[in-house]
Design a protein around this ligand. Structure first.
Ligand code: F6R
Length: 616
């Protein structure tokens, strides 16, 4: 939530920062702001609304300073107004600051600063930070040793409770930026005679692929010539410069209308990347290089716990089903935000997986820390390389699907389903799954990209259905067993991008309450697999039809649906049970996407949402 960018170098900073902000807008898009430093003066422009609006309305952006900071906001404290947009200035005008996170003890600090004569222009928690820095700076004697600016930021942060990724400029230090993180992401891009800081690689990738991932409690000091990293306790840190493997093209639309569309259609390649190099030579099981636990120790695990939020939580529910079905090991799935505060009894030989596309979701990070505190090993399933969750886990599985920019998760979700299916195979083969069942399973997984490609061919048909159904206000999504979490995901996707109310239910549960919603005005999307559940699901469909409900059936090819039971049918290829949730997801993604387009929604930036939820 919120994106921060900073630049210091030889080029005009405003254009570079604005470009970075546009690429970070998926993190928050309530308001945007920028501050450029020139000749010891700040030029600040900020505005409620999108970055584009800021650019159009602000002549100040033409200024030519070569250092500056910028912010795109997802509001927490204070409404969406120009005044609450960042950058914030200290009341003496000496400091300009941007912030991603929440300052929990801001009220007490504000009270203190008011008694000292500091004034506040916004309702944000952030503004106390720059005034507290100003307070320490004014008290601190000028010194030639070290940077007074840096030391005052350090001193200030020692008083701060909460989460932050910040960047600060001081009018006395025209070519310096100080930046720090705790709980919110922060990276440094090391370019050619220039440095950039940002919440995320997307903001800097057009200028450099050399990146330093900062850790919690670290402070970055940038000048036009060099940089240094130290801790809150003033210990020097030796930076490790990593090379990002993806490039600027991965963050462009490349001809698609929206990132959501692009990412839906990228799924065959993305899933291929998730699997690459991850099957054993004998072709009967999966192979994970980064688990950092020996197969012998892994074999001792008698209970798995999965923690995640949102779509990732749905992926965990599917993993639970597949691991229990194919490996016969109990699995518990918790919302990260609930696990933290529940006192769940945990077994002796349990292992945790945290699943997070971004690797920055604060609830999942906190839940992971709680599991670690209790002495458990925690592995991560994560897409963003170098994320906090990846770094704090004992090991894990990178998804390798490239940057996911659309706020609604698509390719990252199906990749998480795939990782879950591969884990079920890996654990299953350590137990009762036979060699030949393993080979059949592996071959099915290898066929996923192709089967997803074939499913995507249904897009024109689904688009026509979307046009007919876009005007409904309520939907039910119904599925059974591993397709129940997929129904939950279908409902979530529709809600997120089209703002249509939708609920996911196990198909047979529908008659215990939700059936009261059914009328000709509330369509149901049924996931109808072939096999043992087919007749059961069809019975549920008949119950809806008897109450005049309209039905969109996503059904396995070759299933003989009784005449008249479905108003619309979307066929999906027949496939292995472990692959079915992935394949069944695709039509629901397309349906949500096309309905949202039909309703002219802001598909990639739905209202009130942000891609990476870094506040509790
Ligand atoms: C839904 C969606 C969210 C995320 C959730 C967790 O489309 O994107 O529900 O799945 O916020 O995010 P990560 O996976 O980054 O932890």
């Amino acid at each position: 939530m919120c994106g921060i960018v900073g630049y210091i170098g030889k080029q005009k900073a405003s254009a570079i920062i604005l470009e970075g902000l546009k690429r970070l807008e998926y993190r928050g898009y309530d308001s945007a702001g920028i501050a450029i430093q020139k000749n010891g003066r700040f030029e600040v422009a900020k505005k409620a609304g999108r970055v584009e609006g800021l650019i159009k309305s602000t002549p100040a952006l033409k200024i030519s300073g070569t250092s500056g900071i910028g912010h795109t906001r997802w509001a927490t404290h204070g409404g969406v107004t120009d005044a609450n947009a960042h950058t914030h200035l200290s009341s003496d005008g000496k400091f300009a600051l941007i912030h991603n996170g929440i300052i929990e003890n801001y009220a007490g600090i504000k009270k203190f600063l008011l008694t000292k004569g500091y004034t506040f222009q916004s309702e944000t928690d952030t503004e106390v930070l720059c005034n507290l820095i100003a307070y320490h700076y004014q008290k601190e004697p000028a010194t030639t040793e070290g940077s007074r600016f840096l030391e005052c930021v350090r001193k200030t942060l020692r008083h701060i409770e909460g989460a932050y990724g910040i960047a600060v400029m001081c009018s006395d230090c025209p070519a310096e930026i100080v930046s720090a993180r705790k709980g919110s992401p922060l990276i440094l891009g090391v370019g050619d005679n220039e440095y950039m800081l940002a919440s995320d690689v997307a903001a800097i990738i057009s200028r450099t692929q050399n990146v330093v991932y900062l850790k919690d409690g670290e402070i970055l000091h940038l000048t036009a010539r060099d940089f240094s990293i130290s801790t809150l306790e003033a210990e020097d840190v030796s930076p490790v410069i990593d090379r990002v493997t993806w490039s600027i093209e991965d963050t462009d639309l490349n001809g698609s209308a929206h990132f959501m569309e692009k990412e839906i259609f990228e799924q065959p390649a993305a899933l291929e990347n998730t699997m690459r190099g991850r099957f054993a030579e004998d072709g009967s099981t999966a192979n994970f290089g980064g688990l950092n636990i020996s197969p012998v120790d892994f074999r001792q695990i008698d209970r798995f716990h999965f923690l995640a939020c949102g779509s990732a939580w749905h992926a965990c529910l599917v993993a639970e089903h597949l691991i229990e079905r194919f490996a016969r090991v109990p699995v518990e799935v918790d919302y990260s935000s609930e696990f933290r505060y529940r006192n769940t009894p945990l077994g002796k030989n349990a292992l945790f997986f945290v699943v997070s596309q971004s690797g920055e979701t604060i609830d999942t990070l906190a839940a992971m820390r709680e599991a670690k505190r209790k002495g458990y090993m925690v592995l991560a399933v994560n897409n963003v390389v170098g994320s906090t969750i990846a770094r704090e886990s004992a090991g894990g599985i990178y998804q390798h699907v490239g940057p996911e920019i659309g706020v609604a998760s698509t390719k990252a979700f199906t990749s998480q389903l795939l990782v879950g299916a591969m884990l079920a195979l890996y654990i299953g083969r350590m137990r009762d799954m036979s060699f030949s069942d393993g080979v059949e399973y592996v071959n099915a997984l290898k066929g996923v990209p192709d089967i997803v490609r074939r499913t995507l061919e249904q897009a024109p048909h689904i688009r026509e259905i979307a046009k007919r159904y876009a005007h409904y206000h309520d939907f039910l999504f119904l599925g059974r067993l591993s397709l129940f979490p997929v129904a939950l995901e279908g409902a979530l996707k529709l809600k997120e991008v089209s703002y249509i109310h939708a609920e996911g239910y196990p198909a047979a549960e529908m008659k215990h309450g939700p059936i009261a919603l059914i009328s000709e005005n509330c369509p149901s999307v049924f996931l109808v697999p072939s096999g043992e559940m087919f007749t059961k699901v069809v019975s549920s469909m008949q119950e809806i039809k008897a109450r005049k409900g309209r039905i969109i059936a996503i059904a396995t090819e070759g299933c003989e649906l009784p005449e008249g039971v479905a108003d619309e049918v979307i066929s999906i290829p027949a496939c292995h049970e472990a692959v079915l949730p992935i394949v069944a997801t695709i039509p629901m993604q397309l349906l949500s996407y096309y309905i949202a387009v039909e309703l002219k929604r802001d598909v990639d930036k739905p209202r009130n949402l942000a891609k990476s939820v870094t506040v509790e």
